[in-house]
Ligand binder design. Sequence first.
Ligand code: 26Q
Length: 811
Amino acid sequence: MFTIDKETFKRDYKKKFLEIHGRELEDGNNQSKYEALGSLVRDYVAKTWMNTNKRYNSTGEKQVYYLSMEFLLGRLLGNSLLNLGIRDICNEALSELGIELETLENLEQDQGLGNGGLGRLAACFLDSMASLNIPGHGCGIRYKYGFFEQKIINGSQVEAPDNWLRSGNVWEIRKPDKSEIVRFGGEVKCEDVNGRLTFTHINYEPILAIPYDTPIVGYENDVVNTLRLWSAEPVSNEFDFSSFSRGDFLKAIEYKNSIEAISHVLYPDDSFYEGKMLRLKQQYFFVSAGVQSIIRHFKCHGGDILSFDDKIAIHINDTHPTLAIPELMRILLDEEGLSWVDAWRITTNTISYTNHTILAEALEKWPIDMFKKLLPRIYMIIEEINRRFCEELWSKYIGQWEKISKMSILGDGYVRMAHLAISGSHSVNGVAKLHTEILKKQEMADFYYLYPRKFNNKTNGITHRRWLLKANPKLTKLLCESIGEGWIKHPTDMVNFEKFAYDKNVRKELGNIKRDNKSKLADIVYKDQGILIDPNSIFDVQIKRIHAYKRQILNCLRIMDLYNKLLENPNLDIVPRTFIFAGKAAPSYYLAKKTIELINSVAYKVNNDKRINDKIKVVYLENYSVSLAEEIIPATDLSEQISTTTKEASGTSNMKFMMNGSITIATLDGANVEIRDEVGDDNIVIFGLNEREVIDYYQKGGYSSWDTCNNDPRLRRITQDLINGYYCGDKDRFKVIYENLLTYNDEFFVLKDFDSYLKAQDKVDRLYRDSNKWEKMAAINIAHSGIFSSDRTIMEYATGIWGSGFLYKNL
Ligand code: 26Q
């Protein structure tokens, strides 16, 4: 294990500072001190990284590659120090040099190469794979600009580019010698060579894919895995020069830009699919580079291509990397000369697929015309996959043409990515029990019937190292003092903490820790927004992407109603509350942007109304990110998980909150169901329509939001306030929200669940008054959160899907 003593660390640090800045540490500013520290930590990691790779190459263990369009890592310094086991030493050494570690850590730019849940899950999985000694690596795109930076100006979201590489990135290593060529466009030449039909891709446009590697440090176990992100560049600069000499310099620059555009920016949509050519280019670009480099590395270490699937597992994070299937087929057929049958066996055994959504509007399908032009050989392969797939269907479903055309991979002029992903993989999983059941029963029922053994559930998880050890050191300390340190390596042992729910002193200490964390957040809010919030109030938090199905509007309507009640009776007996929101809206998602405006208008009015005696405050924190979540979550009393039942595949912030001792108010959606099963009905507050009711309404109708509204005077009033200028002079500003709720019959049952939500909130108020009871609930939530560590999830993937990990090492 890596160790270092304080004095050596100080010496190394001063030396490193001098080396990279050419001056003494004392003369540096914080940014330069951060850079030196990052660079030193990377050096410490380097040797273990090299040794890990050597070990993988010599033992020939099965390697897992996690392909994802998004990796939402956040900051790396703190977690790398923590996982190396030297964060305390480093902290002490720096403080002896008059430097505060936390200050330097906060200077690191978040690596925000993801939209939300799916990207953060990928990051948690990398941490767990390394920490569990599983040879698992990430493969994705090195976007020059990550998820946009959000500013709130006059209550509205304004987007700015996230130039995260501006001051460099100490963690990445550019590896030009490991580049790959990705081919777009052109034609396919078919020839008969000695009786075998061969296919040659000609007249294509070659693009250079350059990898940048980032070390992923395992927790105190001498493992460093790799996240490899690909960047697009022109194959050579010759083109520039020849154009320049022809006086066509601008054209050359344009050409260069058009290529670099591929890895320029992350698409900021997380639930609407749009058939944009550039997005398809991004997908094929990183998948092709990734699969080529996996095969190159495999062969270079003596692997026999016919046993590729014994040694390699490739996982696709949603359908975005599905082209890994035809790309692997292409290489096996055209470059390795395998038969279709062998290539298909290897491909399907290698690939596994996770679905993250049931929203129909998020399902990816690409127009065939566009696809064919961009990827002619890949399209031919998909045609052949589909021909064989339909043949299989014909023999099973004789004469059922409608069913067959519904299931086909190619149909209605589109390539249907989910169908390709299911047919070309050996495993299809959902991300929470309820979600997987809905996939099996509804969205993918036909495929489940055809391939029942492919379908399985893997409930999501989160890494407790970032979300508890790093984000909440005080709670970590209390846990260690109460139950020892074993839970850090075996998080399900946190259940030993349950008995401390009945220990008065521990409960009190839990309350103190929460209060400290709340004060720290209150300082941040004050610095950021100039709003004073009271750490004695209930911190009631909803932080996530803004989306109609996540129902920030329900939360906001309830605040509007409470405000009305307070105006009627300023002495209303409620525990003071601070409502905290954060989250980004997709720039093209009008309703989501209006939701942000509504929350901010309500905030402005409520926060400035002296009549209500500061009983409630509303705060919208700008630019939600991993690092901001690390501040908010440990300071939260009440976690809002209020999506329309059936719509949230899993949710993962729900897990982060419970692990930090928040109480959850929730619908029985996604993983909330499993959280309820773990903690029991007494330790969570549930409300709203259940799965059956929602599905029945969707299938049979029978819901009228208009009637629901008219029968409830509270709703009548607050919906009117959306269009009468009460919250802002402009009567039209929130009309779209009103119309969504009333003219278009409230697709997400906001009004239907309103009454039950308010009753649940009253229950929260009652529970919070009894601090003994509240802390007991908090303790029980913490104790039962271990199962939601991504270590559990990754063990399930490793043993149930990938055939990798320690169980397999001794076989
Ligand atoms: C697709 C095509 C074009 C442009 C963008 C996209 C796109 C990008 C991102 C589609 C979806 C996403 C992200 C989806 C996502 O984050 N889903 C969430 O995944 C979490 C991890 O499994 C779950 O916990 C959440 O319930 C789910 O919403």
